[in-house]
Design a protein around this ligand. Structure first.
Ligand code: DGT
Ligand code: CA
Ligand code: CA
Ligand code: ZN
Length: 577
């Protein structure tokens, strides 16, 4: 039972409670618990095994949640979950995954139209029955109809962060197998894609049977197929794991081949052919008069070298620009997590964060950051008890006091100001002008037209005090598609006003994504990689943001929060005119 799985169970309970119109505070307790545990840097099983620690010492985990975590880790099922599941048909759960739907609306179509499957819902939408329900309308009906397709493909791919937990537990499991000489995870996981279809393990060993037996014995897994040197299993959660066992002399070739991407490999095969060579998972071979001689295979470097290519960081192997860069000798030196000196988007207990200002500062310093910005929500976000001007100014006085005591670290006075549905910002310029840093974001009116949403964001960028747009497309992986937004217009506005765009590092957001970050970079727009932390552990997500930045080809210079405080503030000042 890993943290991702526990979080999923809690989210499921929250969904079911909400479907049944339960007390919102109860729902929120499970949602918050899910987020805390998902973000927590250590497995819950480790905390449980430590006699000196208690689960309830973790902020946001009360007695009730702690008992449930312990039960799940002990392999028990939760009576509450079973009870809720018996009351709601399984197919109805799919309904609430539809973008624009959520548990409340799902309950409405279920109770009032008797709809409990995606197909029935599609029919009801087509018959224009859904728009007649209270709280729905023609527009909502259209959104739902469009979202059904997405819901049907949901959960086919998991986020990188979820797959990472499984990759780690399999690595731990394989560590006890003596036959394993070397082990790597290849595929989309190694390339750092935002979502992962399956995990591809590669093992160097002279004892493939022993290695495969060990994987086959992974707890709760089922066998999909097995050959002389490869095996595929399915984990209890549905994730497929492929493993191939190769001899040492082929390791580099196999790692290269199974890291992909497929499109990158197709280009390599073409280059090999041009040189009278053949490349596959066993190595690079010279082909002469029907005879094949082994040229390279032990390391990826030597495989690439036979094709007159440099070694490519896996994140760049997408057949995008990497071969052009290699030809020009200008492969970018990709950013690393250690390059980050700051984090510029986070929340505290003043709104929906779980750690106080002091605790966030302590955690950031412990991580080695040099400066941070506190950006709690503004008042429009009522669910999070967003700040009005008065409460914000009070928080900033606290920040002044904290800064007075600190050496070599600075807390910037910030705010995540909401971009209102009708356009304009949730706080006036007079209070914004007293800040050090403002990120603006959309939380409401996400179903508006492309023209409306784009205008709201472009206008926000024109406000002199707004320095960056947070999570600019609003996507939530597997939950909500990006809103309709014309990113080209956003880039133009950011460039014109000398503003920055956020790469939100939350593994379910990763927004802007890699492609959009590369587009922003090509227009000279600085990117800020931010955690959007809601707890002291929340900074841990920064590495997921870094992976996407690397896939975008970003260097240290492309990311604003790698700069010294002075250089960063100069950049902010430029945008403030
Ligand atoms: P995923 O699992 O959908 O997230 O994406 P990948 O990239 O991990 O794809 P997967 O697991 O199907 O295969 C792993 C790698 O193996 C892939 O990136 C490249 C290589 N590969 C698989 N099938 C082919 C193929 O038909 N041709 C070539 N050239 N390479 C392949
Ligand atoms: Ca894969
Ligand atoms: Ca695979
Ligand atoms: Zn935020």
């Amino acid at each position: 039972m890993n943290n991702a799985r526990i979080a999923e169970v809690f989210d499921q309970i929250a969904d079911l409670l909400e479907f049944q119109d339960a007390n919102p505070f109860r729902v929120r307790a499970y949602r918050n618990g899910a987020r805390t545990i998902r973000d927590y840097p250590e497995p819950m099983t480790v905390v449980l095994a430590d006699a000196d620690r208690k689960l309830t010492d973790i902020k946001g985990v009360g007695k009730d949640l702690a008992e449930k975590v312990a039960a799940l880790c002990a392999g028990e099922t939760l009576p509450l979950l079973e009870e809720l599941q018996s009351q709601v048909p399984e197919s109805a759960l799919m309904l609430m995954r539809i973008p624009g739907m959520g548990p409340k609306k799902a309950a409405a179509v279920f109770h009032e139209l008797g709809v409990s499957t995606l197909d029935q819902l599609r029919e009801a939408c087509q018959a224009q029955q859904v728009r007649k329900l209270k709280g729905f309308g023609a527009k909502t009906e259209e959104t739902i109809l469009a979202g059904i397709g997405l819901a049907e493909t949901i959960d086919v791919r998991m986020t990188w962060a979820q797959a990472d937990q499984f990759a780690r537990s399999i690595k731990d499991w394989m560590r006890d197998c003596e036959g394993v000489e070397q082990l790597e995870v290849a595929g989309s996981y190694r390339r750092g894609r935002d979502t992962i279809g399956d995990l591809d393990f590669l093992v160097v060993s002279n004892q493939p049977q022993q290695v495969m037996d060990r994987l086959a014995a992974f707890p709760e897994a089922s066998l999909i197929g097995r050959g002389p040197t490869k095996i595929s299993i399915r984990l209890a959660d549905g994730l497929q794991v492929d493993m191939r066992v190769v001899p040492e002399k082929s390791f580099g070739a196999a790692l290269q081949y199974f890291t992909g991407s497929k499109d990158h490999n197709i280009i390599l095969r073409g280059r090999a052919k041009e040189r009278g060579l053949k490349i596959n998972e066993y190595g690079v071979f010279r082909v002469e008069d029907d005879e094949e001689t082994f040229e390279a295979g032990r390391t990826e470097e030597e495989v690439y070298a036979t094709l007159d290519l440099p070694w490519f960081p896996p994140e760049l192997r997408e057949a995008r620009r990497e071969f052009d860069w290699a030809a020009a000798g200008s492969l970018p030196e990709l950013i690393d997590v250690g390059d980050l000196r700051a984090d510029l988007h986070m929340h505290t207990t003043e709104t929906d964060g779980k750690a106080t200002l002091d605790e966030m500062v302590a955690a950031a310093r412990k991580r080695g950051l040099k400066y941070i910005a506190i950006t709690d929500h503004s008042k429009r976000v009522t669910m999070a008890r967003g700040l009005d001007a008065q409460r914000l100014r009070t928080q900033w006085k606290e920040i002044d006091k904290v800064n007075d005591k600190l050496r070599g670290f600075r807390v910037l006075k910030g705010i995540e100001v909401d971009i209102l549905e009708r356009g304009g910002l949730d706080l006036d310029d007079d209070v914004l002008s007293e800040s050090d840093w403002v990120v603006a974001s959309i939380h409401y009116g996400q179903n508006q037209s492309r023209a409306d949403i784009t205008k709201r964001v472009v206008d926000a960028l024109a406000n002199p005090y707004v320095s960056a747009i947070a999570h600019p497309t609003g996507r939530l992986i597997n939950r909500r598609p990006p809103y309709e937004i014309d990113l080209a217009a956003v880039y133009d506005a950011a460039r014109k006003h000398h503003k920055m765009l956020e790469l939100n590092a939350n593994p379910a957001r990763l927004d802007l994504d890699d492609v959009a970050c590369a587009a922003a970079k090509s227009r000279g727009i600085p990117i800020v990689i931010s955690s959007d932390a809601h707890s002291a552990e929340g900074f841990g997500v920064l590495r997921y943001g870094i992976l996407q930045a690397r896939r975008a080809g970003l260097t240290k210079a492309d990311v604003a929060n790698t700069r010294s405080l002075d250089a960063f503030l100069k950049l902010v000042a430029k945008g403030r005119g």
